[in-house]
Ligand binder design. Sequence first.
Ligand code: UGA
Length: 451
Amino acid sequence: MPTVPFLGTTISAMALKISVIGTGYLGATHAACISSLGFEVVGIDTDAAKIAALQNGKVPFFEPDLEELLSAEIASGRLTFSTSFDDLRDADVHFICVGTPQVKDGLAADMTYVNGALEAIAPLIKAGSLVVGKSTVPVGTAARLRARLLEINPDVDLAWNPEFLREGFAVDDTLHPNRLVVGVTNDRAENILKEVYAKNLAEQTPWVRADLPTSELVKVAANSFLATKISFINAMAEICEAAGGDVTVLAKAIGYDPRIGSRFLQAGIGFGGGCLPKDIRAFMARAEELGARQALEFLREIDSINLRARARVIDLVRRDLSEDLMGKKVAILGAAFKPDSDDVRDSPALDIAVQIHAAGADVVVHDPKATHPAKQRFPALTFTEDIDECLREAEIVLHLTEWKIYRELDPSVIKGLVKRPILIDGRNMLDRSKWQAAGWHVRALGRADTN
Ligand code: UGA
């Protein structure tokens, strides 16, 4: 068994005990995945209900494969959960996985939970242990936290290890990341992380050692780039609409250039979720603090192109319903910010639903997984898990989250349910010719109407 130097002594790598602070999306997935590598892991969260669910093998959100993994790891005895920070005293490596949402009164990230986690664990953790931040934070945070940590507890260390998992693929992305980035200030911290990720290293996962600020920047730079790619294609959609072109053909054609690549060029109602929107805003806020506002000025435009896509769908609805939405039934397919997730944070689909509802329409939203969290967030909207009920007597149908079940709908069958067969494909994912052949009028962003 490999060994790792630990405070001058050596201990067996598999004997490393790990704690994960914050058991939301990132932390619950990370805890279960690290446990599956053979480590003893304790997940800590101050939310007693969340911990109670996890202890019973229940994941409080929808993520493919996670619940099975979680149950197996709990059964193995390696994975436990607790609300008490006392239970992490024994651990050698502490991953901070708490959230950094957007502050209520600005663009910046709210650091309350990250700061709170550090203050809570700093006096408790044992000499020689390593704190590893995974949360997405403004650049400069890791160095600040490290200084604070050493002030409270000089015998420990802090590193940064950003996470790139995608919701809907969280388990696979965590077990088989396309790269591992470690922000460290010394070899010892890197060596400990090499032991934690020994399996990935054996699989030749690229390993990037960076300083603390670069490791924090990698994460926000990656999300900014992805957001930019999506808004780029949505800007092209606006141009296609003005010029009579077709953005889906344009995306396909430019995507064949390997320097551009075809992924993240799906034009539609744009990006949402708990990451991309808040990350680009927090990045802008931080750049301003650093006196580098101009460098990220383009992200302001990326954000507005993104929000404009939502408004453009509403314009299409108005156009087809003769401007007057009052009392008209609008069927909305999708509430989650993307398929295979029940996450409704900054969901473009729900934002559109809310705006159409506010204009007086009778909106009914369907989603296979997200109706419960969506209803909690927007109790005034009507939700159903019955697609037929959603579509019945609708004057217009909006396809806003590209769940597979919507691609499997038979347009000739559901035409019999609606009042008027008008479809807006907000994700450019449905087979337009099939829907048109069944008698539907199909509208989409970035494509001219053909019937
Ligand atoms: C994103 C990044 O992809 C992850 O690498 C990162 O780890 C994560 O944020 C995070 O910061 O934690 P995620 O939020 O799960 O992951 O979702 P994405 O798959 O990136 O999709 C974001 C949004 O973009 C969705 O609303 C999706 O519908 C939209 N999108 C995506 C498009 O509109 N067009 C596309 O071509 C692709």
